[in-house]
Design a protein around this ligand. Sequence first.
Ligand code: G6P
Ligand code: ZN
Length: 566
Amino acid sequence: MSHPVNVVATKPFDGQKPGTSGLRKRVKVFQQEHYTENFVQAIFDSIKPDGMTLVVGGDGRFFSPEAVQIILKIGSANGVKKFILGKDGILSTPAASNVIRKYKADGGILLTASHNPGGPNNDFGLKYNVSNGGPAPESVTDKIYEITKTISQYKVIEAPPVDLSKIGETTFGPSQVQIIDSVTDYVTLLQDIFDFPLIKSFLLDNASSFRVLFDGLHGVTGPYAHAILVETLGLPPSAVQNCVPSPDFGGGHPDPNLTYARSLVDVVEANNIQFGAASDGDGDRNMIYGKGAFVTPSDSVAIIADWAHVIPYFKKGGVKGLARSMPTSKAIDLVAQKKGLEYFEVPTGWKFFGNLMDAGRLSICGEESFGTGSDHIREKDGIWAIIAWLNILAAANKESPNELIGINELLQKHYAKYGRSFFSRYDYEEVPSDGANKIVALLDEAIKTSSLNGTAHVAKTAAGQEFTIASVESFSYTDPIDGSVSTNQGQVLNFADGSRVVFRLSGTGSAGATVRMYVERYVAPEAGAAELGRDTAEGLKGLIEVALGITKLKESLGREEPTVIT
Ligand code: G6P
Ligand code: ZN
């Protein structure tokens, strides 16, 4: 049977360059006539989709239903053999990565702008993932971008829209469409990874002394969290909140950090909840936060690595290696050294972990930007991290039946064993570019001339603290698998006591420049419990003062305070 294909004439749009996380723009930009169609056709032109199986799904944000139909019509006209779709076009980013791998698809198109707000006046996004389930490498996204610059036509089939609400198989023009439950495969995946019976009995035995609250921030993870925490692990429905996904995330900013996940922090504090957690709009980020205890993402991944032996997936397959992004604290390095594991420091961006995982050299990794994950898929995974914590706490409590080990107890035990890397990030959002460039230039000069090396800086706000600069460097990375080199990935002040301050310009900001300052100060176990247990801001005060002084940051940016502190 032949199917009518329409060829539609179009003209290129400027700026369709996918970033590390795909093309992210305002909804109104995507809604322009031919805009979304052009980009989708450019994806298909660059991947030669004839005979392919493709996964399609996203976080359900505003404009997703329309975009799914566009992808189906253009994909089918370009020869896609089979589409696998999440029901209603919904798949969290980790779930999509899993579906691509599990069904051996050739790739997938994810409809998401991650943690950016949604709705008619906010963001939409499209991202192409390849057959390993991870984001397309730059060679592919560069090709897509090149095609968008000269595109003159796109192809669509003539067919009525697919009903996305019906699970099952149908035909769509010359293609097959399989609509699957968005949640089932992901629940099965986590059941194979974690010790669900152990977690379940721990939660049941401690129902009143260890209460759990998950906040979906109105993003895509609501149904996943409900299926796992309530239906599988037996927690009461009150253990989840804001778990009905909404196209505009309830008008909020679906980013799990201390600033934007206030809805979680407030209830955890008010109701003395021992274990709180949140995930972002598309489900790949996470925050762990219990009563009075915030876990930095840097500590979180180090603790998961330290306790990997209680997680069946790692018990079975072993831990092949550990990794973190450069600005992430070195807490995980200490775990790797103690366990004799290979470990890596990669540039910011999850894609750098994928090559190491595919080569069988990396099992557990994380980024300070609230990303934690493992080689079970090729995206970071918010709910995976949260269930990893529950698995670890259940196991720790089984080992020590006479005390209740909560988040804070686990943190303090970790610090007593490894020492503590106090860590904080200061974000200066939407600052003038020339101010940001001044800081970069000042540090470049210091790198070139070594002028700061060996200089000592006394902190006035922290009695007795003095920091001597050992070296200043610009971070470059050579991928050990494919040899590709990434330069200028952030400037680092290394201090003689092992402390570090990193400066980096954000690669995801949408207006002006965003300067990020990452501050890390290591305190050894010998310092004792009182020193190790200090408030983060207190522990970092002196170093922050020194770093701001050396870089003349406030003067250059014209900002007294950062926009966000995490
Ligand atoms: C995205 C990526 C992360 C990365 C982050 C950095 O969320 O998925 O892997 O850490 O961007 O963002 P930034 O704004 O610091 O460049
Ligand atoms: Zn995300």
